[in-house]
Design a protein around this ligand. Structure first.
Ligand SMILES: C[S@@+](CC[C@H](N)C(=O)[O-])C[C@H]1O[C@@H](n2cnc3c(N)ncnc32)[C@H](O)[C@@H]1O
Length: 204
């Protein structure tokens, strides 16, 4: 598996995590910036009231709330207490529960989800293979997995690197292949600054 920073799917795994006033500030920014990705995720996964969704790296919970508005039961998982506090503060929907955890240790039972997604989070995961293994574990057979990251150009610097180049998206797709998923697709959605990579996969 390719682990060079230029092509690794988790090129910001050394991020110290979101906390304190700075974490709260970024959480508020994410509530605004995450809306388009949340709409895309519920549409691509065709979320309905039959679904149990797990949102890994849910941040302030924008996508979790979008899924609950479609009638799904949702668990939002994030390692940062400041994000979970903000998510709880912004949420009235009883169909959503929030849990502290990581992609590498998802606090959910085997085969308990029909949909798992992760948005703008995988580039921070410490261990991509372990995270993909956990997604496989918690999904039911036939369950859908979506990985969404902002599309960034090669050679970007600073904040502009927080997303995936095409190579980084393909690197993540390779982890899904190695992790036993089927129907793996890597697609670009949207244009300009709003463009994202979507890697989708199905648990056999
Ligand atoms: C840029 S924010 C995106 C939040 C939200 N998904 C959105 O799109 O608005 C990235 C989130 O991933 C979380 N995160 C970082 N490392 C993680 C890991 N190993 N497993 C799960 N979530 C992680 C962070 O705490 C943060 O809330």
């Amino acid at each position: 598996m390719d682990i060079s920073p230029a092509t690794a799917a988790n090129h910001h795994a050394d991020h110290p995590g979101f906390a304190g006033a700075t974490g709260l500030f970024f959480g508020l920014v994410m509530t605004v910036m995450g809306r388009a990705k949340a709409r895309l995720a519920v549409d691509l996964a065709a979320v309905s009231d039959a679904d149990q969704v797990i949102d890994i790296g849910c941040g302030p919970g924008t996508a979790a709330r979008a899924a609950a508005r479609r009638g799904a039961r949702v668990t939002g998982v994030d390692p940062a207490p400041v994000m979970l506090r903000l998510a709880r503060h912004l949420t009235r929907d009883p169909r959503i529960t929030w849990a502290e955890g990581t992609a590498e240790h998802i606090p959910a039972q085997d085969g308990s989800a029909t949909v798992v997604w992760s948005m703008a989070s995988i580039h921070h995961w410490r261990d991509v293979a372990a995270g993909v293994g956990e997604v496989h574990r918690v999904l039911l057979s036939g369950g859908r997995f979506l990985a969404i990251e902002r599309r960034v150009p090669r050679g970007a610097t600073g904040l502009a690197t927080h997303g995936w180049t095409e190579q980084q998206a393909e690197s993540f797709a390779a982890y899904c292949r190695a992790g036993g998923f089927d129907d793996i697709r890597t697609e670009s959605h949207g244009t300009g600054r709003g463009a994202v990579w979507v890697v989708s996969a199905v648990r056999p």
